[in-house]
Design a protein around this ligand. Structure first.
Ligand code: ADP
Length: 219
């Protein structure tokens, strides 16, 4: 993993969690917030922290934000400030600007400014949790395209001991198991003879419908 310098603007719940995780992953993180209390809370957890208003161009310039690889605008409640900070970061030439959007309109403006990635943390998490509630064996999933998904499904006690041949997801449901994550090992491209055990995690690829049917009928 490449070493990356991040600037995170806004150290609320989202910004502080994001910046701490980036630090733990071994990256350099500058946390910026205009609220001194928020900055104090994070000062020993991030590489650098500073009390500053991110809508002030001179401030961003003097902090050398343009030299950072990626800046994340994590200002939640103040759409105007979020837009202003995003404009300045783009103008300063930060390579990648990511911003949290509150509404569709906010997202549209961020897109017009040229923000590289727009995230809706609450909305995205809501969708993710809904999927996990509906499918108890689903740990996580990634949408590869409009149709295709990769999902992590936990092996239940019911199918523990079966080989992939016996389960036969490709012929029965149209989806393929591309890896099996066991507690001590990962089997990449498993064969028909590989045996599933309770609590193993299957990495499955297919359409959403195929994976849903496989999850509800077979596991
Ligand atoms: P969350 O939902 O992630 O908790 P909040 O809206 O509570 O989001 O937090 C956003 C943070 O952004 C706050 O700590 C706030 O002080 C900070 N913030 C708001 N405007 C600016 C600004 N212009 N410059 C720097 N930080 C800002």
């Amino acid at each position: 993993m490449a070493f990356i310098q991040y600037a995170v603007i806004g150290l609320g719940r989202f910004g502080s969690s994001l910046s701490q995780e980036l630090t733990q992953l071994g990256h350099e993180v500058l946390g910026i917030d205009r609220d001194e209390e928020k900055v104090d809370e994070m000062s020993d957890k991030l590489t650098h922290t500073v009390v500053a208003d991110a809508t002030d161009e001179e401030v961003l310039r003097s902090l050398g934000v343009r030299n950072f690889d990626c800046a994340v605008v994590a200002i939640g409640d103040n759409i105007q400030a979020s837009i202003m900070a995003a404009i300045l970061l783009k103008e300063l030439g930060v390579k990648t600007v990511v911003a949290k959007a509150l509404t569709d309109q906010h997202a549209k403006v961020l897109e017009k400014i040229g923000v590289d990635r727009i995230i809706f943390p609450e909305r995205d998490m809501g969708v993710r949790v809904a999927h996990q509630l509906v499918s108890p064996n689903l740990l996580d999933y990634i949408e590869l395209s409009k149709n295709y998904t990769i999902a992590e499904l936990v092996v239940s006690r019911r199918i523990s001991g079966l080989t992939l041949k016996e389960l036969d997801p490709r012929a029965k449901y149209g989806c393929s198991i591309v890896a099996i994550n066991k507690t001590d090992d990962v089997i990449i491209a498993p064969t028909a003879e590989d045996v599933l055990h309770e609590k193993d995690v299957m990495v499955v690829i297919g359409t959403k419908e195929q994976i849903d049917t496989f999850e509800s009928r077979a596991i």
